[in-house]
Design a protein around this ligand. Sequence first.
Ligand SMILES: [Ca+2]
Length: 357
Amino acid sequence: MVALPAFAQSVRPEILARQLDHPWGLAFIDEGRMLVTERPGRMRVVAQDGSMGKPLEGLPKIDAGGQGGLLDVVADSGFARNRTVYFCFSEPAASGGGNSTALASARLSDDARRLEQVKVLFSQKPKFESDAHFGCRIVESRDGKLFLTLGDRFQRMQDAQKLDNHHGKVIRINKDGSVPKDNPFVGRRGALPEIWSYGHRNSQGAALGPDGSVWTNEHGAQGGDEVNRPEAGKNYGWPVISHGVHYGGAKIGDGEAEKPGMEQPVHHWTPSIAPSGMAFLRSDRYGKEWQGNLFVGALKFRYLDRIVLKDGKVVQEEKLLEDLKQRIRDVREGPDGLLYVLTDASDGQLIRLQPAR
Ligand SMILES: [Ca+2]
């Protein structure tokens, strides 16, 4: 474990583990251990002392490449009892080409070396030949439903406004893969029943808010990255409205940022920071001011964003970890109330943030 010099900022990063190959998601399974995914298609148990287990056996086939691979992982709220985990990944088509994001459940074996009883709960439709925009963050809500973010696959952005496919959506399912009867589009002809909200671009961050609702962030094109709090059945506007423009400067839709019937983000960033994993901090380990703050990893500008919210609006932002100069892929709160981040690199790191006094 390496202690870096304290920054003027209020955290002291400690590198717990190195040599993770593009780590993407982390999930604590007990006080001292977590599961960490690596994008090329590995998942390992990593302990707080930095010791790293061998890659777990039992993963399904993964179509790794570009932005795709093994992406998010979360532990079931009842993990201590059932050893169940959920993970999402780019799933190859059974035949022919193409891929899409899939969500699976599994049981972590008692010796923590294998994933058992692997079951794909959901596969994004349709499969499509692309290595971009998989979305792929998982959140378990307080009532035990699974939310999954799904990217627009880039070339298929127009699909985000249509309900007959899963591109550019947030979906909600039960833990056995079935569709909750109270999903907003259940029974609507031509609509896929898993859909919770639509009009999203590429959402690589999601977290359960202190208000009990699911929050997401998403990449804009050139500018217009967003934080949203997706509500049932609502349209978040992509690719019709945006606070950014297409790469190269062409306008998005009619060039408007607002339209009736389309939701505005809680917050947006121009220029794009390329937001990834995010977490709300519940503990007071960093002082009262940080409690309830939202933390978002920035890939492009290489920092961890601390966001202060008041009445559901962003009132302040602070850039943390800028001196690391690392792309921040994920951030989670540990059972000890401290923040843990993953950096996006071939020599990716797991870092714990200690409060600096
Ligand atoms: Ca939007």
